[in-house]
Design a protein around this ligand. Structure first.
Ligand code: SF4
Ligand code: SF4
Length: 346
């Protein structure tokens, strides 16, 4: 039996679940529609509670199933978070598809790393995988971010690819260069909906994602495309990386141990891959995190992950599914592309 577990040092904290888009791969719509999460956002008094319970976080990813920059008075929340955690790295992410009235400059003052999430390389692919977004608006916003960003802010494009877009990875490098961003992190498409989900809408979405899964692609053409992208990146001085761990094992997963995922309502969930409140271990605004982190449910979850019978939701974990493809890419393409998804080693 596990002894008392240390509190997490890395946290993904959902600042809001309000979003302007309906990406076809994102389960947010089903989660919101089911009514167990209302669209909302963190207030400063809630941030005070988080700080009082988790004073020693080393890195905070201020993001969840929503668009952080659309949080009402977002800049105040970022400012307050940084005031509470002056020595903690703050990462955030944006779809950069909002209207011009977002107070970008003020938000960026209190971010250390910003990922701009662009899943596509042109009008067609971008607007297909970023439903309700406008490519032109995104381009305008990225240029604005670039212009207004403080010098110490590190910016990277995040680009998720699937079997529909994998052949054109090099075009993402051209787009990044045209936008003036010299860092790009490629993510392999992940299925956030487990095989154990029976809900009709979720099953439909799971099937949609399974259909564009990279495992359906011929390995030779994937390798060729990654090499083409890598060569062009080198030529244009763009730092390109493919994110993930090719040696990933469920027993080594840090979520629920050193890493924590929290919704804007305070629900503590298993991880960023399974971010449905129905998997909650408890609510930080009702129960102290120490109690949640050392509850029987949490201890069982950690122990099961280390055992031969992992929790159902982990059996088809996207990190595990993608590790085989990552291994193939690691073994056949440039060393320089390799990158774990965390900035901080745990
Ligand atoms: S922008 Fe993010 S939160 Fe919004 S629908 Fe797309 S993936 Fe989901
Ligand atoms: S689903 Fe994957 S990332 Fe999430 S807790 Fe299980 S093993 Fe870890």
């Amino acid at each position: 039996m596990e002894t008392k577990n240390n509190l997490p040092i890395w946290a993904s904290i959902e600042i809001t679940d309000i979003c302007n888009l309906e990406c076809p791969t994102c389960p947010r719509t089903e989660i919101i529609k089911r009514g167990d999460t209302l669209t909302g956002y963190l207030t400063t008094d809630k941030l005070d509670i988080i700080k009082s319970q988790l004073p020693d976080l080393k890195e905070i990813k201020f993001q969840g199933l929503g668009e952080p920059f659309l949080t009402p008075k977002a800049h105040e929340k970022f400012h307050y978070l940084k005031k509470l955690y002056p020595n903690t790295q703050v990462l955030s992410i944006t779809n950069a598809a909002w209207k011009d009235n977002v107070e970008v400059e003020k938000i960026l003052q209190n971010v250390d790393y910003l990922y701009i999430s662009i899943d596509g390389h042109d009008y067609e692919t971008f607007e297909k995988f970023r439903l309700k977004a406008s490519f032109e608006q995104m381009v305008r916003n990225v240029k604005r971010i670039k212009k207004l960003a403080p010098k110490n802010l590190k910016i990277s494009i995040n680009s998720t690819f699937n079997n529909d877009t994998a052949a054109d990875l090099y075009k993402c490098i051209i787009l990044a260069k045209a936008l003036g961003i010299d860092n790009i992190r490629f993510n392999l498409i992940q299925n956030w909906i487990t095989e154990s989900e029976t809900d009709a809408l979720k099953s439909k979405r799971r099937d949609f994602i399974n259909n564009i899964s990279l495992s359906k692609l011929e390995t030779e053409s994937l390798i060729a495309s990654v090499r083409r992208m890598s060569d062009l990146a080198k030529l244009l001085n763009v730092k390109a990386q493919i994110i993930g761990n090719s040696d990933f094992k469920i027993s080594d997963c840090h979520w629920g141990d050193k890493m924590m995922y929290m919704t804007q309502k305070g629900e503590i969930l298993p991880c960023g891959m399974r971010c449905d409140p129905k998997y909650s271990f408890g609510n930080i605004f009702k129960t102290n995190i120490e109690e949640i982190w050392n509850s029987d449910k949490m201890v069982d979850f950690r122990e099961m992950k280390k055992s031969d019978t992992p929790p159902k939701i982990c059996m088809d974990c996207p990190y595990l599914v993608n590790s085989k493809i990552l291994k193939l890419l690691n073994d056949t393409t440039s060393e320089n592309l390799k990158s774990d998804f965390l900035y901080h080693k745990l």
